[in-house]
Write a protein that binds this ligand. Structure first.
Ligand code: UDP
Ligand code: MN
Length: 471
């Protein structure tokens, strides 16, 4: 999400370059085209008067000065040519190096034959290598010329590299096992477009409660497919069980943030996850329904789902509790989006939160270079640029963006707790053994013989030794 606490990235040449995969046209000037021709022009006008000048002197000075002039002009051309070659080499390296094209990440995520392990642990996963955004662009694609000129139809670069990471599916079930949704049997909703609700999530002690809270919202939403992508190397079997228990159609994937981004501040949170979900949609060849990016800690009004379900291209709506203004919202006049109110612009064409828009998959599927870059704060903007959106195409929702249907709530984040509680007492004699085993599985807390504050166990306001109650 674009947060106010990100330092605005100054509009720089490199920012524009990162839009190398953006399909819409920009006033971008690379070392090719515009830059080059103007350089040629400049060079030319610099040389030509020199020649004229020396030509003027020809009668008295003969050919030598003219040759010297021609030589200096040729030398300038050579220097310029050299510069262009260097420039082309640099761009070439940037586009095809394994790191920049994402292939450098494959090493850490290849194991396909692990074993299921508990929450925060390791597990088995299905390993599917999927290349998205690397297809040949159809001949009749409206933006073919622009795309192929810039990147030969591929999305590259550290921030915008192709969606070509391996896709790890942990578990999935397309079956909707809910009998009733809201006040109607499931069959009553059969004709509605499906909402693909993409939730990035990551292991921390609040993860399970957040996902539960979200699930109990989503249980009320018909025709919803929940794509849960966990920012972890290995599959989490606790999550498998949890998700399958709700009866909502779902896919659970392991989508770790590439290690090179983990150290960066701010890190691209939830990006690898959303990229995995985009790959899943592509792999399933889903070209119908609506895509929505719904973080695990936000708060969703049920009316949001009925609003976005009929999205034709891209719908937008206000998000409450965003940054300084506590709201991020499109400005609407006469039913049309004309601008955006958001405290953090930072050069973004689409200064919106990830939760503030929904996309029709029929529309998105026309854009083979759809992407979500590893560029903190700019994910929404660059994603929306990659699907060629125009402001006049946006469908405002929530009563012309006057109602808040989604809130950017944030949960206090704390380290998993360690409590000193002797293992000899964590057997079947009391509830505590089973409880702490479960808390450990959920990544919430663990009991230790030697670490953490000693657990206080009391009765009638007085604490006693553990053995007093537990032995
Ligand atoms: N997230 C993630 N990995 C991380 C941090 C966050 O997958 O290392 C997920 C998180 O679960 C959430 C989304 O990315 O669904 C956005 O993160 P967060 O809520 O922390 O950021 P915010 O948008 O609130 O600033
Ligand atoms: Mn959040």
């Amino acid at each position: 999400m674009p947060s106010a606490y990100y330092q605005p990235l100054e509009p720089q040449a490199s920012d524009d370059n990162d839009e190398r995969w953006a399909i819409e046209d920009d006033d971008e000037q690379s070392c090719g085209q515009g830059g080059r021709s103007s350089q040629y022009q400049h060079q030319h006008t610099r040389c030509y008067p020199q020649l004229l000048a020396t030509g003027d002197q020809l009668p008295s000075m003969g050919m030598a000065p003219r040759l010297r002039s021609a030589w200096s002009c040729r030398r300038s051309y050579s220097i310029m040519l050299l510069l262009i070659v260097i420039c082309v080499c640099f761009v070439g390296y940037f586009f095809v190096s394994p790191q920049s094209s994402g292939q450098g990440n494959d090493g850490g995520a290849e194991d396909a034959n692990g074993i299921y392990e508990p929450h925060n642990g390791k597990g088995k996963r299905r390993h599917i290598k999927l290349i998205l955004g690397m297809e040949k662009i159809p001949q009749d694609h409206p933006f073919k010329a622009t795309i192929s000129k810039r990147n030969h139809g591929r999305i590259h670069g550290t921030n915008g590299h192709a969606l070509d990471e391996p896709l790890h599916i942990c578990s999935e079930s397309p079956e909707d096992r809910r009998v009733y949704i809201q006040d109607k049997p499931r069959s009553a909703y059969a004709q509605l477009p499906v909402i693909y609700f993409v939730t990035p999530t990551y292991p921390r002690r609040e993860q399970i409660p957040e996902l539960k809270r979200l699930a109990y919202t989503l249980l009320h939403v018909p025709r919803l497919y929940w794509l849960v992508a966990n920012d972890q190397e290995r599959c989490d079997t606790f999550l498998d069980t949890l998700l399958s228990g709700f009866g909502i159609p779902y896919a659970h994937m392991a989508s770790p943030m590439p290690s090179e981004f983990r150290k960066s501040k701010p890190a691209p949170r939830g990006v690898a996850n959303r990229r995995a979900a985009l790959q899943w949609l592509h792999q399933q060849n889903i070209t119908n329904g609506v895509l929505y990016f719904g973080d695990d800690d936000n708060t969703y009004d049920l009316r949001l789902f009925s609003e976005i379900r009929q999205t034709q291209r891209v719908s937008m709506f206000p998000v409450g509790l965003i940054a300084e203004y506590a709201v991020s919202v499109p400005v609407v006049r006469d039913g049309k989006v004309v601008a955006f109110l958001d405290s953090w612009v930072a050069g973004r064409r689409w200064p919106v939160d990830m939760a503030g828009f929904a996309v029709s998959l029929a529309y998105m599927s026309q854009y083979p270079n759809v992407n979500m870059p590893y560029k903190p704060g700019y994910e929404e903007d660059l994603f929306l640029r990659s699907i060629g959106l125009r402001i006049d195409q946006i469908e405002p929702k929530g009563a012309n963006c006057t109602e808040i249907l989604v809130w950017h709530t944030q949960t206090k984040n704390k380290k998993s707790a360690v409590v000193r509680l002797e293992s000899e007492f964590l057997d079947g004699r009391s509830n505590l053994g089973a409880l702490f085993r479960s808390l450990k599985l959920m990544g919430v807390a663990s009991a230790s013989d030697s670490e953490g504050p000693v657990a206080t166990i009391s009765k009638n306001g007085k604490s006693k030794s553990h053995s007093f109650f537990l032995s």
